[in-house]
Design a protein around this ligand. Structure first.
Ligand code: TYD
Length: 204
């Protein structure tokens, strides 16, 4: 199974992705947890360029293409071979981040982004996506003291567009599970696992 975790900054998705990975390993499965952008040597270098490059401005299109290149490498080098071996793949952010951040956030044409995603995905489509939703104000509070990356520095209006974009995506696709990121980590952990079990039973 291919599972992705999505949400605006500070939503706690990375913690929950880790919980699910540990749970599934305890259940006896082979599991890998990846993050995007990143996950391969070259993709981590692209991550550094996209998130830490402050020397000059980075155009939205450059940002989108760099992220797509990083994804293409990750899909070919890690995700597809893992899925072939029946390893469960969990990815902290994936295609929906591109639609939410570069599409709804930066204003890049979404049809065009979908087209690019089609090439970089090679049919590696997630079957289950958890969206951790929280208000922009709560997100800002949670990341207040964090050393922010280039995209996190964009601020409230940008984040608000990203959040609304995510909510639209979740409304239009059955693979999404919408969760309230303000719930306690323990409650969220149980929900995430139970939704996974439901999905697994559906697949049988
Ligand atoms: P994040 O996953 O939140 O990592 P950390 O917990 O280390 O802050 O940060 C990744 C950043 O990359 C986040 O600001 C969103 C951005 N991003 C995009 O803009 N588009 C994408 O397609 C992806 C995968 C990430």
């Amino acid at each position: 199974m291919f599972i992705t975790f999505e949400g605006i900054d500070g939503s706690g998705k990375s913690t929950q992705a880790n919980f699910l990975k540990n749970q599934l390993q305890n259940d006896g499965y082979d599991v890998i947890l990846l993050r995007e952008p990143g996950g391969t040597i070259i993709s981590e270098k692209i991550r550094d360029l996209v998130l830490n490059h402050r020397a000059s401005s980075v155009s939205p299109l450059t940002e989108a293409l760099l992220i797509a290149s990083s994804r293409y490498q990750l899909v070919n080098e890690i995700i597809l071979p893992a899925l072939k071996k029946n390893t469960i793949v969990i990815c902290d952010r994936y295609i929906d981040s591109t639609i939410a951040y570069q599409g709804y956030g930066r204003g890049i044409n979404i049809c065009w982004l979908n087209e690019i995603n089609k090439y970089s995905l090679m049919h590696a489509n997630p079957e289950l996506t958890y969206l951790f939703d929280l208000k922009v104000e709560d997100s800002m509070l949670r990341i207040k003291n964090k050393n922010k990356d280039r995209i996190e520095l964009e601020g409230k209006d940008f984040l608000s567009k990203v959040r609304n974009g995510y909510l639209k995506l979740a409304k239009n696709s059955k693979r999404f599970i919408l969760l309230n990121a303000m719930d306690s980590p323990e409650k969220l952990k149980n929900k995430v696992y139970n939704y996974y079990l439901n999905k697994k039973n559906e697949n049988f």
